[in-house]
Write a protein that binds this ligand. Structure first.
Ligand code: ZN
Length: 323
């Protein structure tokens, strides 16, 4: 089955012709990327999305296209395809009737899923979790998000908020204020942003020289310092983050007992100090029968949300929901 997939983020709109095979294979062709121009407002973004869909339909030539599969930033109602709400980085995106508008413009069925959920569904079904029944997927970048995928179903929850693993309490973050308004959540120490904050708090530099310019400290430089210089503050910041993540993941595994855990996002590019700490945090917190749950690394890269949106489009579970 071929679909046009679109991934709408705050900075770019990616689109492609995606083919999903019955045997678990997939291909992503005719990839296009344009700036979202989010600050120009939701209606402009919608026009840009429809233009990209039309361009990909042209690319597909005479091939039969089953429909349009969308992964979008913001809270999405997967039944109606409406954007329920979006943050300040995408003004007026909330309230856009995304699925209905794209469907009306193209004459094809359109299904929409939140981008974090789409990313997770892609990795779980066609990426690192391929051939496994259930996966906990955790994305660690600026924040920490996640999802639980069981068979072809992704758990969305009553408020479409299921999977917010970054907002689970953990000992390492006790008392720290979280962006969500609560305190002590894992994201406060485990996100990429938090690793940089920890490094500076421990006594590391707040800036560094790159190409003759003074720039703010970042995760890649902290990783370099840990690996190449043995910088104790860099190692400590990565280990704190890894332990917190590993222990919370173990706790969630106790609840759900998945076939695997899949880690994705920029922070997985950290070296062994972080990866070892994740494994240690997991091992010390996991119940004994769960210690062999494999912790895998994501394999689809930027294509994950495009593939996940396509997977969602063809999911029988989703069709039941619509019926
Ligand atoms: Zn929180």
């Amino acid at each position: 089955m071929k679909v046009i997939s679109v991934d709408i983020g705050g900075t770019k709109i990616a689109s492609a012709v995606v083919t999903l095979g019955e045997d678990g294979t997939c291909s992503v062709e005719h990839v296009g990327k344009v700036p979202t121009c989010a600050m120009e407002g939701g209606p402009v973004v919608l026009e840009r999305v429809i233009a990209q869909v039309r361009a990909r339909l042209d690319d597909a030539g005479g091939d039969e296209i089953a429909g349009i599969a969308i992964s979008s930033a913001g809270a999405i109602d997967p039944v109606t395809g409406d954007v329920v709400s979006a943050n300040g980085k995408m003004p007026d995106w909330g309230g856009i009737r995304l699925g209905a508008e794209v469907s009306a413009a193209t004459g094809l069925p359109c299904r929409v899923l939140n981008d974090v959920h789409a990313h997770a569904l892609g990795e779980a079904r066609r990426g690192a979790g391929k051939n496994r029944v259930s996966s906990i997927v955790v994305g660690i970048g600026t924040g920490v998000g996640g999802a639980f995928v069981d068979g072809d179903r992704i758990m969305l929850g009553r408020h479409m908020e299921a999977g917010h693993i970054g907002h689970v309490h953990c000992a390492e973050a006790a008392g720290m204020p979280c962006d969500c308004g609560a305190t002590g959540h894992m994201e406060c120490v485990a996100s990429g942003t938090a690793i940089t904050e920890s490094y500076i708090r421990f006594g590391g530099d707040a800036t560094f020289e790159r190409d003759g310019e003074t720039v703010p400290m970042d995760g890649a430089e902290i990783n370099r310092r840990a690996l190449e210089l043995g910088d104790e503050h860099a190692i400590a910041a990565q280990q704190l983050a890894g332990h917190a993540l590993g222990s919370v993941v173990a706790g969630v595994c106790s609840m759900l007992d998945p076939d695997c855990v899949i880690l994705s996002g920029s922070v997985i590019n950290c070296g062994h100090y972080w990866h070892d700490a994740v494994a240690e945090g997991f091992a010390r917190t996991a119940m004994e029968p769960l210690r062999d749950i494999p912790i895998l690394l994501a394999s689809l890269g930027d294509n994950a949300p495009l593939i996940g949106a396509a997977e969602h489009f063809m999911s029988p579970a989703y069709r039941e929901l619509l019926a």
